[in-house]
Design a protein around this ligand. Structure first.
Ligand SMILES: [Cu+2]
Length: 186
């Protein structure tokens, strides 16, 4: 954010430069503009972003530390079915996780491409038919977090929301059992 604001300010400065300067314009050789502004500058900026971005992206994927829970998120037109490792049944449009540790979500789809996205818990990952993508999410505090399909998937796309409920770790198993038993899969 700060970097892009600095670049924006620099570009605005360059645009304003000819209007503010009353004296004879400085003749900058074209080759200098081309090599510095067109090649060197973007190369430095993009390399810096890549160095920062690769580990940031990697941390979204299942890491080396074992997760505290593993769940499945199956997308369909237009909703979500969540299943839990070692448990019978499922929940619809509400995902229960323990707070305070990484949770691996195995994301897939039964029809078209969707995307799993709970903005406050992680980045987004595509839900692709015939393929399972693992996304690591984490809620530092117990609470209710909003989720949304993030890939246009048809007329019901905008309403394809879900909720992630993060429970205190000691209350998780009981809360999950209640949710799985509660409404027979709803
Ligand atoms: Cu969608």
């Amino acid at each position: 954010m700060i970097g892009s604001l600095l670049i924006l300010a620099m570009m605005m400065g360059l645009i304003l430069w000819p209007f503010l300067k009353r004296h004879k314009p400085v003749d900058v050789p074209e080759a200098l503009w081309l090599w510095s502004g067109g090649l060197a500058f973007p190369l430095i900026v993009l390399t810096a972003l890549l160095i920062w971005g690769l580990p940031a992206g990697q941390s979204m994927l299942a890491g080396r530390t074992p997760p505290v829970a593993t769940v499945e998120a199956e997308a369909f037109q237009w909703g979500w079915t969540f299943r839990y490792e070692g448990r019978e049944g499922d929940t619809s449009d509400v995902l229960h996780i323990p707070a305070g540790g990484p949770v691996d979500v195995a994301v897939s789809s039964i029809d078209v491409i969707h995307a799993f996205w709970a903005p406050r818990l992680a980045g987004k990952v595509d839900a692709i038919p015939g393929q399972t993508n693992i996304l690591r999410i984490e809620a530092s505090e117990p609470g209710i977090y909003a989720g949304q399909c993030a890939e246009f998937c048809g007329l019901g796309h905008t309403a394809m929301r879900f909720t992630v409920i993060a429970h205190a770790p000691e209350a998780y198993e009981a809360a999950l059992s209640a949710a799985l038993a509660g409404d027979g899969g709803g």
